[in-house]
Design a protein around this ligand. Structure first.
Ligand code: ADP
Ligand code: MG
Length: 158
C-alpha cells in the first residue's frame, strides 16, 4: 500500500516522531527499520523508547545484536535488534527473540529480508536522505503490512 511519508528536518524531530509513533505501538508489534548507515534508524528508535518510557539509554545494538529495554511502568519493553550482520531468518532465530516478541515492541534495524517471519504483521519504516550531504532532512516512509495499523491511524500518529 501507499506509505505515509513524513519530512523530518533534524535529529530532534526524528526522536519526536519516534515518541509519537510509540503511541500506536503495543506488545507484540514488530517494526522493521531500513535506511543507509547514518540515516537515523537508531535515532528514531531512541524516540520510540522515550515514548514507551523505557529505562536507560537506547544505543545501537550493533555488537550485541539485540538489547532489551524494560519499560518503567507496566507498558511493553523495547527489544532493539541490529540485523546488519545477519544473513537470514535462521540466524535471527538463533538469537532467540521468540519469548520477548509477545511481550515487547520489537524493532529490527537492517531487518528487511531477514525479520519478516518474526510476526504476521509489521510496520516497515524506511528512512531516506537527499543527495546533498549538508542537508539534514530525512524522509520517513511508514508502510503498515497486515491489518494491525490503518494508514489513517499512522498518518495521524506521525
Ligand atoms: P542509523 O541507525 O540509521 O545508522 P543513527 O540514528 O545512528 O543512524 O545516526 C543518524 C545520525 O544522523 C545521527 O548522528 C543524527 O544526529 C544525525 N541526523 C542528522 N539529521 C537527522 C535527522 N533528520 N534524522 C535523524 N538523524 C539525523
Ligand atoms: Mg543504527
Amino acid at each position: 500500500s501507499l506509505p505515509v511519508a513524513v519530512e523530518v528536518p533534524d535529529a530532534d524531530a526524528m526522536r519526536a516522531l519516534g515518541e509519537r509513533l510509540a503511541g500506536v505501538l503495543r506488545a507484540g508489534d514488530l517494526i522493521i527499520a531500513s535506511g543507509d548507515l547514518g540515516a537515523g534508524k537508531t535515532t528514531l528508535t531512541q524516540g520510540i523508547g522515550a515514548g514507551l518510557g523505557v529505562v536507560g539509554p537506547v544505543i545501537s545494538p550493533t555488537f550485541v545484536l539485540s538489547r532489551v529495554h524494560p519499560a518503567q511502568g507496566d507498558g511493553p519493553a523495547l527489544v532493539h535488534v541490529d540485523a546488519y550482520r545477519l544473513g537470514s531468518f535462521a540466524e535471527l532465530e538463533d538469537i532467540d527473540l521468540e519469548e520477548s516478541l509477545d511481550t515487547a515492541v520489537t524493532l529490527v534495524e537492517w531487518g528487511a529480508g531477514v525479520a519478516e517471519g518474526l510476526a504476521p504483521g509489521r510496520l516497515e519504516i524506511d528512512i531516506r536522505r537527499g543527495i546533498d550531504p549538508e542537508d539534514e532532512t530525512r524522509w520517513v516512509f511508514l508502510t503498515p503490512i497486515g491489518p494491525r495499523w490503518s494508514r489513517t491511524a499512522l498518518a495521524e500518529a506521525a
